[in-house]
Design a protein around this ligand. Sequence first.
Ligand SMILES: NC(=O)c1ccc[n+]([C@@H]2O[C@H](COP(=O)([O-])OP(=O)(O)OC[C@H]3O[C@@H](n4cnc5c(N)ncnc54)[C@H](OP(=O)(O)O)[C@@H]3O)[C@@H](O)[C@H]2O)c1
Length: 230
Amino acid sequence: MNRPYVICHMTTSLDGKVTGRFLNTPVCEKAADYYYRLHRDFKADGFACGRITMEGSFTGGWYPDLNEYIPAFSPMDFLVDDLGGFYAVAFDPRGVLGWKSNTITDEDPGYDGARIIEVLTHRVDRRYLHYLQTLEIPYIFAGDTEIDVEEALFKLKAYFGIQKLLLEGGSILNGAFQRERVIDELSLVVAPMAAEAEDKPLFMDGQLEAYSLEDVQYQSGSLWLNYKKR
Ligand SMILES: NC(=O)c1ccc[n+]([C@@H]2O[C@H](COP(=O)([O-])OP(=O)(O)OC[C@H]3O[C@@H](n4cnc5c(N)ncnc54)[C@H](OP(=O)(O)O)[C@@H]3O)[C@@H](O)[C@H]2O)c1
């Protein structure tokens, strides 16, 4: 396979939603613990999230002042020396995420220290490239205006050696992967809660696709469902 093996690992509500207030309730706390334990147990080479999830979980909505940077000479992939370890792959088509260093800082040891990779399109402001370069954050281009998921995955394996990648939301990014049929496995922690009408589904704009159930386990009131692509 010329791309990483992709496991979509998510916490869902009973009605298959992945965003919203249900995630921050005490009932969902145990499901979240279960989710983070499974994240670590997968021993993947990295995890991938969409721009909105990265902002909510890691950058807190801070943006760099691009006036402090000069436009990078040419929009080409940028790699740094000394790559390796666990990666945080940000699908950030416009190049807006405000990182303060080239690794993730998080309370959870499953995320803390992950090396950031930015996946961009050619819509990016070239000053943002210079900003990433000063932080030594590697970036790859995949697509002109919209991220080409297959190209991104190909480069993640070829450049960074990522063999196993956890796709960890949100709904929009999961949907983009599902439409390309590149999700090999699903790992769903189902919390014992119903979500609200406006909350988003596991796959935004998803399509018909069959999976086969491989394993079911439970812990502290939450179910873990593991499916493989048929
Ligand atoms: N239940 C769970 O386990 C779990 C896990 C993670 C996140 N979440 C929740 O998910 C929510 C965020 O999910 P979300 O669905 O709103 O957003 P998302 O999937 O996190 O991010 C979507 C954004 O990613 C960018 N993007 C990257 N590749 C794309 C592609 N191929 N097609 C379209 N957009 C692409 C776009 O950024 P631009 O807008 O900049 O173009 C898009 O708006 C948060 O509330 C978070 O709490 C839940």
